[in-house]
Design a protein around this ligand. Structure first.
Ligand code: IMP
Length: 433
């Protein structure tokens, strides 16, 4: 397996695969950590010693002093949420000194959050189940070319002018369509001028910064947020997020060409979860689903919502492996399956009784597919203390190898608990020095 000076960590399912822990683990070996998509809809839980950090917008590299942490142009930044996170970190003795925000990153404005929630409420049973953070509406404005960017915070006169242009249209929608109160122009202007002052030290051209880091041979970690099946194009549309959390999103969201994305590792949880609405072919509605939810503490980091749980779906992971050119798989949360006597894995789908080799784009077709399951014996012993591949029970190793074979991608890391040391590395991703 080739090793590279840049590594990407991507979600292969519906998010919450445990990317935060892995990114934190790999950040130790990196010089630069880059987020390229999404916003504070993400939630990464990272356990460092006895401390648990819940990060939303800050790249996980901030927990390692001295790392450069970039929010690329593909990220949407809510300045209020970011400042809260920075201050929270500082209060715990940390520092965001290494943070840099792309001047091209779009802002999440107060009306984006209001619209997100109002649209969801109006949609009733057709709601997406968004995080309510204003992510979708911010990307809508980006693509409608009516958005505000982080760089605008550095030029207060332009900022004021842009808010003055945009707000009447926003208020017309808030009052006319949703019967909500209009937003006060003056209040918003003052607040955003303050955000600009607070965030000024962090905002810059991250594209040339990243170019120079790569040219100097620094090690770069591209930190995925959300996941392949939440991708606006490849996910289970419309139950998706509004960005590209897939490998292609690294290029457009961080400002690098594809040759600079070295090793790509896909994070696969040993089972499947989903928050929000939308199809879920291997969902469990029984006691096993409940056991997984409780064992894995499957509750949203960002919203606290209970996650829907089901068997591992390798039809999904195979699709992710292709879309993202996965070089390796990091398997997480294997320990959550420790108690199960039998484990089922979906190895493919049948549609109208026939095997299919594509992932259906139609929700109607997806509702008709039948997962094909393979049953494997559980190991029924604790794996949390295993520190090497050899220490894992044979049935657990068989489970891991079956995943690698079915997907056609080696499993090079196995995580057996939330702590940094509960990570079995079979092969490292970064090139050796
Ligand atoms: P939005 O990104 O807030 O617009 O939400 C769209 C969909 O993506 C909803 O189903 C959310 O629950 C889901 N989603 C967004 N971010 C995450 C994440 O970090 N983990 C898991 N699901 C997410």
């Amino acid at each position: 397996m080739a090793q590279y000076s840049s590594v990407a960590v991507l979600g292969t399912q519906w998010g919450d695969e445990g990317k935060g822990k892995l990114v934190d683990f790999l950040a130790e070996q990196a010089d630069v950590v880059v987020r390229f998509a999404g916003g504070n809809n993400a939630g990464h839980t990272v356990v460092v010693g006895d401390d648990t950090y819940k990060l939303h917008l800050l790249p996980s590299g901030v927990l390692h002093p001295g790392k450069l942490c970039l929010l690329g142009n593909g990220v949407v930044v809510d300045p209020a949420a970011l400042l809260l996170e920075i201050r929270g970190l500082e209060q715990r003795g940390g520092s965001a000194a290494g943070l840099r925000i792309s001047d091209r990153a779009h802002l999440v404005m107060p009306w984006h959050q209001i619209l997100d929630k109002a649209q969801e409420q109006a949609a009733g049973s057709n709601r997406i189940g968004t995080t309510g953070k204003g992510i979708g509406p911010s990307y809508v404005d980006k693509h409608a070319r009516t958005g505000l960017r982080a760089g605008d915070l550095l030029e207060p006169e332009i900022l004021i002018e842009r808010i003055r242009q945009i707000l009447p249209r926003v208020n017309a929608v808030l009052t006319g369509v949703y019967r909500l109160s209009p937003l006060d122009e003056q209040v918003i202007m003052e607040r955003f001028i303050e955000y600009g002052q607070a965030l000024r030290p962090y905002i810059c051209d991250t594209i040339s910064l990243l170019r120079d880091c790569l040219a100097a041979g620094q090690r770069v970690l591209f930190e995925g947020a959300q996941a392949t099946f939440l991708d606006i194009d490849y996910g289970t549309y419309p139950y998706v997020t509004s960005s590209h959390p897939t490998a292609g999103g690294i290029c457009t969201g961080a400002g690098v060409g594809p040759h600079h994305v070295g090793h790509i590792t896909g994070v696969v949880k040993a089972y499947t979860t989903r928050v929000g609405e939308g199809p879920f072919p291997t969902e469990l509605f029984d006691a096993t689903g409940e056991l997984i939810r409780e064992g894995g503490q499957e509750y949203g980091t960002t919203t606290g919502r209970a996650r829907r749980c089901g068997w591992l779906d390798l039809a999904m992971v195979r699709y992710s492996a292709w879309l993202n050119s996965l070089d390796s798989i990091a398997l997480t949360r294997l320990d959550v399956l420790d108690k199960l006597p039998k484990i089922r894995v979906c190895t493919g789908y049948l549609l109208h009784g026939r095997p299919i080799s594509h992932y259906p784009s139609s929700l109607h077709e997806l509702s008709q597919i039948e997962p094909v399951y393979r049953e494997m014996p559980g190991w029924q012993s604790s794996t949390g203390d295993c520190r090497s591949w050899e220490q894992l029970p044979v049935a657990a190793r068989d489970y891991v190898e079956m995943i690698a074979q079915t997907v056609g991608v080696p499993v090079t890391m196995v995580s057996v608990g939330p702590r940094r040391e509960q990570t079995i590395v079979r092969q490292s991703c970064f090139a050796e020095n």
